[in-house]
Ligand binder design. Structure first.
Ligand code: SAH
Ligand code: SF4
Ligand code: F3S
Length: 449
């Protein structure tokens, strides 16, 4: 079998990152080896996102570049996968005739056969079938003997929540959970190859297993946490409406569960939350945080926010600002509302002007930077446990990098001895000397001072 090269460009959420790893694995038996330079590729795959208009545009602009490459090398196979592929299907082939394969979010089980057939007959093909039962088909994605310190594991696919602004339920299909035994085996296999931190992924992990009558999410966390050699567990994303007492108990009982939760609130206004179909109020949200803080008083919280949802007034937006102040998030991902095909909000009246959206976004980001800077300053003088994930050679000797349990980036140097082997993959206590706006700087004293 000839050795061939595949280049994968991944846009979008962590689930796409996971899926791209899986593509590498399923294409390996055809002789495809992943490469980092697109010009070296025999097969190019762009794994796409359509959550906002901008993400979609990014996919099309990348595909646009493939036109010239294909002219130079007519043998090149160009494939588009993921959420834009699912949404647009055959329309992509009409718009971009140099694209060969379009495969949707539930077609990865058929990807190998698709590519193999195309190599033989060169007939363009579209597969956007919304088959169910694919959660069980996920294959452990790693190819290499060694893997990164921090890895993702998808535990469920799809979403049943239908928030009114969101396209995900239409492009990812209904919720489906994977078997817990398979998940535990996959995590164990990753840990054996060097992973020390696992992030469990789903659009709404709190409803894991409910439909299928499998174990619930807190039970899954318990099972994963028993794996020897695994040091840290994270998860994303957790929907506030389903944050259960069982999850609070998991935070109380499981030391490997990181002291951080990403709990997207989207808005601080009850009127907006209702129109978004989020199924919780601002008060419910605050109450859930209070329960988490009872068991983990210093837990760090991050969130997603949408500004300029249809009908959002300045008063609504001010409630979002107040909520951000009140909670004291350690990080926020803030987005301007974007109309999406199929999502009901696209038909809502009272659209907010782009100028107002921009103004609100800027305000929110200024507040966020301020809060995050103040929080980081408070770390100075403290010692934090850091999971080391890399090393750079700087002017003043080696610089190590890692993250705290709260997910803050730490850059540090080592004193008091010479590191034998590597610190990567270990937990070390780092004395924080300085809190910068987006990271912390410190030192690890090997003599333990
Ligand atoms: N399942 C996750 C979110 C996945 S999408 C959850 O419910 O938390 C990631 C984020 O994109 C969302 O939290 C939301 O803030 C943002 N988003 C989704 N649709 C959007 C839209 N139409 N316009 C702007 N932002 C959007
Ligand atoms: Fe979209 Fe809501 Fe589902 Fe998240 S929970 S993916 S925001 S519909
Ligand atoms: Fe984007 Fe699809 Fe993820 S739309 S956010 S890549 S589920």
């Amino acid at each position: 079998m000839n050795k061939k090269c595949v280049f994968i460009y991944t846009i979008g959420c962590q689930m796409n990152v996971y899926d791209s790893e899986m593509f590498k694995k399923v294409l390996n038996p055809l002789g495809y080896i992943p490469v980092e330079v697109v010009e070296d590729a025999d097969l190019v795959i762009v794994n796409t996102c359509t959550v906002r208009k901008k993400a979609e545009e990014k996919a099309f602009s990348f595909l646009g570049r493939m036109r010239a490459l294909k002219k130079k090398n007519p043998e090149l196979i160009v494939a588009i996968g993921g959420c834009v592929a699912q949404q647009e299907g055959a329309a992509i082939l009409r718009r971009m005739p140099y694209v060969d394969l379009v495969f949707g979010t539930r077609a990865y089980g058929r990807l190998k056969a698709m590519v193999e057939k195309f190599e033989y007959d060169r007939i363009p093909h579209v597969d956007v079938e919304m088959t169910m039962g694919i959660a069980g088909e996920i294959v452990t994605p790693e190819l290499d003997a060694e893997v990164e310190v921090s890895r993702f594991v998808t535990i469920m696919r799809g979403c049943d929540n239908f928030c009114s602004y969101c396209i995900v339920p239409y492009v990812r299909g209904r919720e489906e959970s994977r078997d817990p035994d398979v998940i535990v085996d996959e995590v164990r296999a990753l840990v054996e190859r060097g992973a020390r931190e696992i992030t469990l992924l789903g659009q709404n992990v709190n409803s894991y297993g409910k439909k299928e009558g499998l174990c619930d999410f807190p039970e899954l966390l318990r099972r994963v946490s028993e794996i020897d050699g695994l040091l840290r567990i994270r998860f994303a994303t957790s929907h506030p409406k389903d944050l259960s007492p069982g999850l609070v108990a998991a935070y109380r009982d499981l030391p490997k569960l990181c002291n951080h939760i990403h709990l997207p609130v989207q808005s601080g206004s009850n009127a907006v939350l209702k129109k978004m179909n989020r199924k919780y109020t601002r008060e419910d949200y605050m109450e859930r945080i209070a329960r988490l803080r009872e068991v983990r008083p210093d837990i760090s919280l991050s969130s997603d926010m949408i500004v300029g949802f249809p009908g959002e007034t300045d008063a609504d937006f001010n409630e979002t600002l107040e909520l951000v102040q009140e909670v004291g998030f350690s990080g926020i991902f803030a987005f301007k509302y974007s109309d999406r095909p199929n999502a009901p909000a696209a038909n809502y009246e009272d659209k907010v002007s782009d100028e107002d959206k921009r103004r609100r976004l800027d305000k929110l980001l200024v507040l966020e930077t301020e809060i995050s800077r103040t929080k980081n300053l408070l770390y100075a003088g403290k010692t934090e446990e850091v999971l080391v994930d890399g090393k750079k050679d700087g002017k003043e000797g080696p610089q190590w990098t890692g993250r705290t349990a709260c997910n803050r980036v730490v850059n540090f140097t080592v004193t008091g001895g010479v590191v034998e082997g590597s610190l990567v993959g270990t937990l070390v206590p780092v004395y924080i000397e300085e809190g910068l706006p987006h990271s912390l700087r410190g030192v690890f004293d090997m003599k333990g001072h």
